[in-house]
Design a binder for this molecule. Structure first.
Ligand code: ZN
Ligand code: ZN
Length: 412
């Protein structure tokens, strides 16, 4: 006898929350959905929930780990400089015509760990370049979009290496359901309350008009200047198409745009970073004039250096986000090897592209105006965790006033 390690009722609720809270899919709106084949049970439920919400056409685009690995095992060297640009142009066109975007993630986060890092970096760069037209519409928040995750066996084995597969999947499923707030009878109501709490933090930070944040902690003394006219966001927010959505399920962060030229000091990552199938651990970097001038890692340093060399903006910050150490994901004590989860366990910074919505009236600003206010541009956006139980954060105002924001990892 076998039992399903994933509770089908919770999965129904997750699909419902993804469509109603994550996307807030509108009647008649098309949906472009990407997912690993292993996540089909959730893909099917999301499609059903989307059609119940009045979706036009739901188009799933499925990937598969074995197909990805076949490339590394058998493809010619030239393959690693190519990407399906036609597909991303089609996605960009779908978004331009009003489609919403959902990503279901769940691949083995270390899928490429054993593969040639040079090939992985080249494939990643070719893909990022080809994806740019579609990513821009997401980064500029032109459409409602959302990411949710599914407990695939490959991911579950990575998070719980000592458990039999079914038990690992069951544990990861529980962690996902509880972090995604779908374990109660009224998940939609739970999300409305959670969003209201994040909005309170956001309003307070916006009222403070800090010019910089000062992070101190083990291995860290970092001043992150904030972009001129920066705006904090968190939880639900309104896309340029007028739809209020929750881009990340789960989400615990409030975040804004740092100033690309005004970051000074040194910082040590508080968790390993899982990046495109490789693990980068023990990251320590120094910033001068907003730019990373020294970078080290105890593990995966070559991957880190390649990442920083992607383009000029890859050495500068595009996001700073605050997450209390008491967040449910942090309290689970798990390392998910997945940014969607790990970034919601700790305060973090992101290398690369900024979010234009994180400016006052950001939707009206041109690329040049965003750049002039300190917003960074890059092909990458990679979050890494810098906060922990011992992190203190002060807000610095333009006139030099110091306002405590976090003490020992918690909101003051
Ligand atoms: Zn973030
Ligand atoms: Zn980010």
């Amino acid at each position: 006898m076998t039992t399903n390690p994933i509770d089908p009722r919770q999965l129904d609720r997750l699909a419902d929350v993804a469509v109603r809270i994550g996307l807030n899919l509108q009647p008649g709106q098309d949906l472009v959905l990407t997912a690993p084949v292993a996540a089909l049970p959730l893909v099917r439920r999301v499609a059903a929930a989307a059609y119940r919400a009045g979706a036009g056409v739901v188009t799933p685009i499925l990937g598969d780990e074995e197909v990805t690995l076949a490339r590394y095992r058998h493809a010619t060297d030239a393959s690693f400089d190519r990407a399906p640009g036609w597909l991303y142009q089609g996605m960009a066109q779908a978004f331009a015509e009003g489609a919403a975007r959902m990503a279901i993630v769940g691949d083995d986060p270390m899928m490429l760990a054993e593969q040639d890092p040079d090939k992985a970096a080249r494939a990643g760069k070719a893909n990022a370049l080809a994806y740019q037209p579609a990513l821009e519409k997401i980064a500029n928040f032109e459409i409602n979009w959302s990411i949710v995750s599914y407990p695939t066996p490959a991911w579950a084995r990575r998070v719980f290496p000592d458990l039999p597969e079914d038990a690992a999947v069951a544990r990861l499923a529980e962690a996902i359901f509880s972090a995604s707030r779908v374990t109660g009878d009224d998940p939609v109501g739970a999300w409305q309350a959670h969003n209201a709490g994040l909005q309170r933090r956001t309003r307070w930070l916006n009222d403070q008009r800090f010019s910089a944040l000062h992070f101190t902690g083990p291995g860290t003394d970092l001043t992150v200047g904030l972009a001129d006219d920066h705006a904090w966001h968190g939880g639900a927010s309104e896309a340029r198409n007028g739809v209020v959505c929750n881009p990340n399920i789960p989400t615990e962060e409030v975040f804004t745009t740092p100033h690309a030229q005004r970051v000074e000091g040194y910082v040590r990552a508080s968790k390993p970073l899982s990046h495109q199938g490789s693990l980068i651990d023990g990251i320590e970097v120094r910033f001068e004039g907003g730019r990373i001038t020294e970078a080290r890692a105890t593990k995966g340093e070559a991957v880190l250096q390649r990442l920083l060399d992607t383009d000029e903006g890859a050495r500068r910050l595009g996001e700073v986000a605050l997450v209390p150490h008491s967040s449910p994901i942090s309290q689970s004590g798990l390392l998910f090897y997945n940014t969607l989860y790990d970034e919601n366990a700790a305060s973090h910074i992101a290398l690369g592209q900024c979010y234009s919505k994180c400016f006052t009236n950001g939707e009206t600003l041109s690329k040049e105006q965003i750049g002039a206010r300190g917003g960074n541009t890059s092909m990458i956006h990679v979050d890494w965790m810098i906060g922990g139980a011992e992190t203190d954060i002060d807000g610095l105002t333009a006139d030099g006033t110091v306002v405590p924001v976090f003490r020992r990892g918690e909101w003051v």
